[in-house]
Design a protein around this ligand. Structure first.
Ligand code: BDR
Ligand code: CA
Length: 305
């Protein structure tokens, strides 16, 4: 089952990248998008992780801007550089020449019917790929998205989750494309914090040590902002669902659209729970995850090899 991981590292993206490379997900490549920090930095961060893991997986730079939304980043959560502002060795690896969107379109032709997408950043690259090649919808088997909300509890506006809020038009395009997507929303991931003692338990190795340092800023921030102890690993939760859908213990198929207008509603994932106002379900919503399985995957991703 070949996968493309589309990401905007980001601390929790880093956990998803590490997990995708080590668990592993059968990855064709990693495509990078603007998001938690600007594209130049999300690309640097992805390459830092590739180098840390000694991986030869190709990395492709994608969209530097949302379709219409002005720049929207989250340095207060992830650090000014997006990865907790630790020091890294100089980069010795580089991105591919091909654009991320061209790579997704090409992969859809090569792996028609069996390609899978795991998207854990703003959905600009995926929307652009759909615009370039609408038949992407038929080429793809599973689309797993970290984004949106199941009950409109936003983290970037009152009702907007970051990935949908940072490019509402792209999220709207992806949801109405005619495929069935799997959504791991904000509230579900907030209820799935990885306890702080999980990382020390896996033992010391270069990957777990680096991750412990780069995630310290996020852990402190979570404590200050929300009074909770634990690592907020939204994108790792989406990886877990990609690897093993049975991690989802409470799922529901729904019709959903992304709101692009309104004073407060931009980026809202509107869901037809009443099954009266929308069409046939276009998404599976993961409302609860099985915590022990999730933590087990997290341990495995960071354990000594
Ligand atoms: C999402 O926004 C980003 O800050 C995280 O990386 C995650 O993808 C959570 O709302
Ligand atoms: Ca992300």
């Amino acid at each position: 089952m070949p996968w493309i991981l589309d990401t905007d590292p980001g601390v929790d993206d880093a956990a998803a990248v590490i997990g995708a490379l080590r668990l592993p997900l059968d990855l064709l490549g990693i495509t990078v998008v603007h998001g938690n920090v600007p594209l130049e930095m999300t690309l640097t961060n992805t390459l830092r992780l590739k180098q840390l893991l000694g991986s030869d997986i190709p990395v492709y730079a994608g969209a530097a801007q949302a379709l219409l939304q002005p720049p929207c980043h989250a340095p207060e959560i992830h650090g000014a550089d997006g990865l907790g502002d630790i020091t890294w060795p100089p980069l010795t690896v580089a991105a591919e020449q091909q654009h991320a969107v061209a790579f997704i379109v090409e992969a859809a032709k090569t792996y028609a019917g069996s390609l899978n997408l795991l998207a854990v950043g703003p959905l600009t690259n995926i929307a652009l790929a759909l615009a370039m090649e609408p038949s992407l919808v038929d080429a793809v088997e599973r689309v797993v998205i970290m984004g949106g909300t199941h009950s409109a509890h936003g983290n970037t506006s009152m009702v907007g989750e970051f990935n949908f809020y940072a490019d509402p038009e792209a999220a709207a395009m992806v949801l109405r494309a005619g495929w069935h997507v799997e959504v791991v929303p904000w509230e579900t991931t907030l209820a799935s914090l990885v306890p702080l003692d999980v990382l020390p338990e896996v033992g010391a190795n270069p990957v777990s040590d680096t991750f412990r340092r780069l995630s310290a800023h996020l852990a402190r921030r979570m404590k200050r902002m929300r009074g909770v102890e634990g690592l907020l690993m939204c994108d790792f939760a989406a990886l877990a669902v990609a690897l093993d859908p049975s991690v989802g213990v409470d799922t529901v198929k729904l019709y959903g659209v992304v709101e692009t207008a309104g004073q407060h509603g931009r980026g809202l994932l509107a869901l037809d729970y009443a099954r009266r106002f929308g069409g046939a379900p276009n998404l599976t919503m993961y409302r609860t995850l099985e915590q022990e399985s999730l933590q087990q995957l997290f341990r495995r991703a960071f354990a000594d090899e």
